[in-house]
Ligand binder design. Structure first.
Ligand code: 13P
Length: 250
């Protein structure tokens, strides 16, 4: 039985006070959703601790949006996986297209970040997805396969079991243009097949989330698909009622 997950990536939004209010709103409404749905929130680093204090005991898990590739030391401005774990976070989002695009994150960097994540008992939410021109050229399967092979194939089976995958087509992120449920299912099934090449039947248990303009009005159609196990939500995760409504899409 695969986990059903709705994760909110707040990106570079909210002050600590706003984040605390948002988290309180999510906690207050969570009871409306079937308990088999797991919620994760990923606030900015500045308020991980404060948001953790709000969600503690609610069953909602905490994620960081990134972590350093090194363990510790003279890396000004970086935040280590150990620091993140010490707050009580359980997940780290890795390989988001915004980090690949604006901060030059390569598979090599991501391999190092994966090591840090697992050494500190955290689980990665590993993002893959193609750009518009890649989809138009029919290269989306190749792009996603490479993103998986170069990073996920380096994991041990035990590490793989703790990994969540998020398929986020870059052309759907923040654009209001969602992949159709059929497009999502097609590539999610493809991703599961690629994972199975390396990890066999374990791939059946991997949660593969969809991300890219997911919202209450399209969540149910997406989540109805066999290989869509939830969502990684940007914009709609910053309105408590919308985030919760997406969870009701299962
Ligand atoms: P939007 O839901 O705003 O399109 O963002 C998706 C995303 O990038 C989540 O990581």
């Amino acid at each position: 039985m695969r986990k059903k997950i709705v994760a909110g990536n707040w990106k570079m939004n909210t002050t600590p006070a706003e984040g605390v209010e948002l988290a309180k709103g999510i906690v207050a409404l969570k009871g409306e959703v079937c308990p088999s749905v797991s919620f994760i929130v990923a606030p900015p680093f500045t308020h991980l601790t404060e948001v953790m204090n709000v969600i503690k005991g609610s069953g909602i898990a905490l994620a960081a949006q990134n972590c350093a590739a090194e363990a510790k030391g003279a890396y000004t401005g970086e935040v280590s996986a150990r620091m993140i774990a010490s707050i009580g976070a359980e997940y780290v989002i890795l390989g988001h297209s915004e980090r690949r695009e604006y901060y030059g994150e390569t598979s090599e960097t991501l391999n190092k970040k994966m090591v840090q994540v697992f050494e500190n008992g955290l689980s990665p939410i590993y993002c893959v997805g193609e750009k518009l021109e890649e989809r138009e050229a029919g290269k989306h399967f190749d792009v996603v396969r490479a993103q998986i092979e170069e990073v996920i194939f380096k994991l041990t089976p035990e590490q793989f079991e703790k990994t969540v995958i998020a398929y986020e087509p870059v052309w759907a992120i923040g654009t209001g243009k969602t992949a159709t449920a059929d497009q999502a299912q097609e590539i999610h099934a493809f991703i599961r097949g690629v994972l199975a090449e390396k990890f066999g039947a374990k791939a059946e248990n991997t949660a593969i989330l969809y991300g890219g303009s997911a919202k209450p009005s399209n969540a149910a159609e997406l989540f109805a698909k066999a290989d869509v196990d939830g969502g990684l939500i940007g914009g709609a995760s910053r309105v408590a009622a919308d985030f919760i409504a997406i969870g009701k899409g299962f």
